[in-house]
Design a protein around this ligand. Structure first.
Ligand code: GSH
Length: 197
C-alpha cells in the first residue's frame, strides 16, 4: 500500500500552518514530517528544488510545492467543500485575499532574514514594513459574512506577526481584524496549529 500524502514542514512555518488549518477544516488527514528548511535535507530538496517548506509529497512519491498550489490541491480533494468557491468572483476574491495575506508573510520573513544579517534599516526593510501596513489596511474590506478561506488566511498572517513581530500593532491599527480574530481565536483548526512556544 502506498504511504499517505505527507507535508514536509516546520511547525513554525505560517505557510504550512495555512495548509494544516485547511486540512483540519476539510477533515483531511495531513501528516506532517517536521522539516527545517534551512537544513537542506535530501528529502526536502528532492521534493522542492527551492528548498522551501511546505512541500507536499503524494502517495506516489510525486511532490506539489508552494502553499497556494498545495492549498488548491487539498481543496480539490473534497468535492462540494464550502471553504472556497470553486469559481466565479468569490473564488478570485478568496485567492486574492490569500495572496495578500501570504504577501504579509513574505514581507515579514524578508524582514527577519534581513535582521539576521544585521540589516534592520534602509530602503528595503522600510519597503517591507510599508507593504505589511498597506496589506493589513486592505484586509478589513475583504472580510466576508461567513468564515471561510479568506478569513482563515488573514488570521494566520496576523498571528504570524504576533509570533515574530509583536511590536506591529495590527489590532490597534485595524480594529476589524481584531474583532475577526476575537471571533476566530478558539476555532479548533486555528487553536491546534499555533506555533509551539
Ligand atoms: N511561496 C512559498 C513560501 C514558502 C517559504 O518561504 N517558506 C519558508 C519557511 S516559512 C522557507 O522555507 N524558507 C527557506 C528559504 O527561503 O530558503 C509558499 O507559499 O509555500
Amino acid at each position: 500500500m502506498n504511504a499517505p500524502m505527507q507535508l514536509l514542514a516546520s511547525l513554525t512555518s505560517p505557510y504550512a500552518r495555512k495548509l494544516r488549518v485547511i486540512a483540519l477544516e476539510l477533515n483531511l488527514a495531513l501528516p506532517v514530517v517536521e522539516t527545517a528548511p534551512l537544513d537542506d535535507t535530501a528529502d526536502l530538496l528532492a521534493a522542492n528544488p527551492l528548498g522551501k517548506v511546505p512541500a507536499l509529497v503524494l502517495a506516489d512519491g510525486s511532490a506539489i510545492v508552494d502553499s497556494r498550489v498545495i492549498a488548491a490541491y487539498l481543496l480539490a480533494q473534497v468535492p462540494g467543500q464550502t471553504l472556497l468557491a470553486t469559481d466565479g468572483p468569490a473564488h478570485w476574491h478568496g485567492r486574492t485575499t490569500e495572496a495578500i495575506a501570504d504577501g504579509i508573510l513574505d514581507a515579514a520573513i524578508n524582514l527577519r532574514f534581513n535582521a539576521a544579517q544585521g540589516v534592520t534599516t534602509g530602503a528595503w526593510p522600510d519597503r517591507q514594513r510599508r507593504a505589511i501596513a498597506r496589506a493589513l489596511a486592505a484586509l478589513p474590506a475583504r472580510i466576508g459574512d461567513s468564515i471561510a478561506y479568506a478569513e482563515l488566511c488573514m488570521i494566520i498572517a496576523c498571528e504570524y506577526l504576533d509570533f515574530r513581530f509583536p511590536a506591529i500593532d495590527w489590532r490597534g491599527d485595524q480594529p476589524a481584524l481584531k474583532e475577526l480574530h476575537e471571533r476566530l481565536t478558539n476555532r479548533p483548526s486555528l487553536a491546534t496549529t499555533r506555533p509551539p512556544v
